[in-house]
Design a protein around this ligand. Structure first.
Ligand SMILES: C[S@@+](CC[C@H](N)C(=O)[O-])C[C@H]1O[C@@H](n2cnc3c(N)ncnc32)[C@H](O)[C@@H]1O
Length: 290
């Protein structure tokens, strides 16, 4: 059994980037009248209590949501959909609960939309079921998220979003993901696919993106936030990346949010946005070059 629990990292800088972008994707998809389906393949526990001992252990949220929350009145409009959802779960003004991808999606979807949240870890799944209890047109599934996604495609709604946010505990996940993404697009070319990845010295994420560039993938936009230094001693990530295939808005939206997050983090960081479409493969290294 794998041991990853997102509560130790909840609301850190990568979550702010991820959920700020996800909120804008959901807002844009929900602006069109036709119903849509969302599949969250690695849903986690849905709602994270920042007072829990696990979240307090390293307080990663202090290099994440904290400053955005306390200065929320001064934040740019592009972060509003995200901060509105965080505020919904903290109506008394005290930041105690942080909505992950599942609660964000459930909160923003409309009554006619359908939501499937998949989580494999039994403990996390128990929390997820509790968080989503009573939600209409919502299914919680304890299974392998990527298999559930592939089996569900093409979606009967013909409009959909796949949120893929693995823990990357197993190195082979970096190699598996491009295959799954390409299979998913073959079954449903118009599917919007939202993928998070950690940036690490070992460069697994570069191999993953390079495989997609080799495949000739189109309409694939990337946001990366690189940290100048680790904010805490235990921290192994050098940055955080989001890949969106078939984004519902232009590059400028991705850029605005990436810069809005990067420039307001307590840790020094640099944000970049680029299309995989414009990358090529270096014949010598076999890796993507921008
Ligand atoms: C990074 S966390 C997800 C965080 C969540 N998306 C959020 O925004 O709150 C990754 C989650 O994937 C779960 N997981 C790991 N392997 C899985 C698999 N094969 N299928 C579904 N869930 C898996 C882990 O238990 C963990 O809860």
């Amino acid at each position: 059994m794998l041991s990853y629990q997102h509560i130790y990292h909840a609301a850190n800088f990568a979550d702010v980037q991820k959920h700020a972008l996800l909120a804008q994707v959901l807002k844009s998809l929900c602006a069109k009248p036709l119903p849509l389906a969302v599949i969250d393949t690695h849903a986690g526990r849905g709602l994270y209590s920042l007072d829990d001992a696990e979240a307090q252990k390293n307080r990663e949220f202090d290099n994440g949501i904290t400053s955005f929350w306390y200065k929320r009145a001064e934040m740019p409009a592009c972060l509003k959909p995200y901060l509105d959802v965080v505020e919904h779960f903290n109506e008394d003004g005290v930041l105690a609960r942080y909505p992950g991808s599942a609660m964000m999606a459930r909160q923003m979807l409309r009554p006619a939309d359908r939501f499937v949240a998949v989580e494999r870890h039994p403990g996390e799944f128990g929390h997820l079921q509790q968080a989503l209890a009573g939600s209409a047109r919502t299914q919680s599934v304890q299974d392998d998220g990527l298999s559930v996604l592939i089996d569900a495609l093409p979606l009967p709604e013909r409009r959909g979003l796949a949120i893929i946010d693995p823990s990357y505990e197993i190195k082979s996940e970096y190699a598996e993901l491009p295959k799954v993404i390409l299979r998913a697009l073959k079954k449903m070319p118009q599917l919007c696919i939202f993928v998070w990845y950690p940036m690490m010295q070992a460069g697994g994420h570069r191999l993953m993106l390079s495989e997609l560039v080799k495949s000739g993938i189109r309409n694939a936009l990337v946001s990366e936030i690189s940290l100048e230094a680790a904010p805490q001693e235990h921290f192994r990530m050098t940055g955080s990346g989001i890949l969106i295939i078939n984004p519902p808005w232009p590059e400028a939206v991705m850029d605005d949010i990436t810069q809005a997050v990067t420039t307001r983090l307590p840790a020094k960081a640099a944000g970049e946005v680029f299309w995989l479409d414009n990358c090529h493969i270096d014949a010598y290294t076999g890796l993507m070059v921008r």
